[in-house]
Design a protein around this ligand. Sequence first.
Ligand code: NDP
Length: 508
Amino acid sequence: MTLTKKPESRPAKNPWGLAAGGDVPWEYAPAPEATDHIRIEPEYGLFIGNEFRPSKPRKTFTVINPATEEPLAKVAHASKADVNRAVAAALGAHRSTWSKLPGRERAKYLYRIARILQERSREFAVVESMNSGKPIKESRDVDVPLAAAHFFYYAGWADKLEYAFPNRQPRSLGVAAQVIPWNFPLLMLAWKIAPALAAGNTVVLKPASTTPLTAYLFADVVRQADLPPGVVNIITGPGEIGMELVTHPDVSKVAFTGSTAVGKMIARAVAGSGKKVTLELGGKAANVVFDDAPLDQAIEGIINGIYFNQGEVCCAGSRLFVQESVYEPLIDKLKARLGTLRVGDPLDKNTDIGAINSAGQLAKVQELVDSGIAEGAEIFQPDCELPTRGFFFRPTLFTGVSQSHRIAQEEIFGPVLSVLTFRTPEEAIEKANNTPYGLSAGVWTEKGSRIFKMVSAMKAGVVWANTFNRFDPTSPFGGYKESGYGREGGTHGLGAYLDLSGNGGNGR
Ligand code: NDP
């Protein structure tokens, strides 16, 4: 689907002899990943108590491949009664088995899951790319290995909770309700389930409606790893089902990743209930480039910061602040690099930018891009061909952006970069912090002292220096302000799934 009109003019050739923003002067042969080793069932039931069961009443919805718009499978549409069944299974498993197992036994299950994820990594990568639209090189090299790494990491903590939180008598909370988004379906599942299980909780997870397939593939891993029934339950259904789940009276812990609007609704709905809550919400990260930064390295960081996963990343470096003295060379290099990005089939190993996850998200990206043009910013897009079917969008760059433009204020969640300028570090800090969000930021400079100054002054949960979008299970991740609260990853992420009050749990 092509929605964006092509740019009218292109700058002159760059020093590499490549027209800025122009198509690369050679073509790669197609390099499609094989799909004959994967098996997608025609229909998936809800995964409750280690069994796939139809919803009650029996109802399904169809999941499609965003790159082809073809149906992939039908999945169960859970009802309120199904939420009750799933929570009851999780509560039963918590009381009867999981909370009673010694940490070293829980660890064995987590290690087993991690190893199975590694063994079945090709299968997971292909299904993830087919269902989400992300390029296979990202699902293969980032999503799946990191998901396994989260299970390995938290397996290591399962029998060491007393060392992680000395003198705090850590105890599991009970049932964790986990609602996750569509941009990193398997990775978000791992971020949620690994620490929950390591801490001795059981879970009910609701994936996003557009991307449930790797979660149901993971259900198969749960059975393969012989987890006791009810420890991991997975249900699919629309947003209201997510709300039923998080507000269920037998749920002790709520973990949500998604939009700020829904995060606020959840916070209001569970306020005063005594449930422990972590919210990982939207972002509008500032990526700040000083004039002493190594420009070529910065270009790669900027590209990775905003075009990784089609820009559908909560911590994407979507606002680029460039020091005025290097603005022109940097923009020239950036436009040239944009022209080398390959947009297309997510299953092709050469693809850099795959499909946007849904028609709705594509329309949102287009609407915000249109607003940028209408408000007077200057658009640049490389002149690349887009597939005729599927939800694709060209990598987009806006210059001449002012702070008040919607494209500088709102989370676009697409491959769209807004470029602004600054003169002094103080101005960069002021502008970078001028957002309701505070999830991540980046700084590019050769001066260590400047890195420390910027890192301390930028109000963001994660600040990368001379790199961007690097993730590690040992490192806590989370936001300030409207980007949410609580941390995932590291011992911070483990603490979010434990009662550390010393009162012996909340007895749910
Ligand atoms: P949502 O926040 O609506 O979806 C995230 C998850 O929450 C999904 O599982 C969704 O289910 C579920 N959900 C939706 N409504 C409710 C509700 N009322 N109560 C409980 N759970 C609910 O994100 P969208 O998919 O609508 O995306 C909209 C925008 O949000 C994006 O354009 C982007 O800007 C931002 N976003 C941010 C993310 C992040 O990582 N920070 C991730 C995803 C989106 P279902 O899929 O069934 O609707």
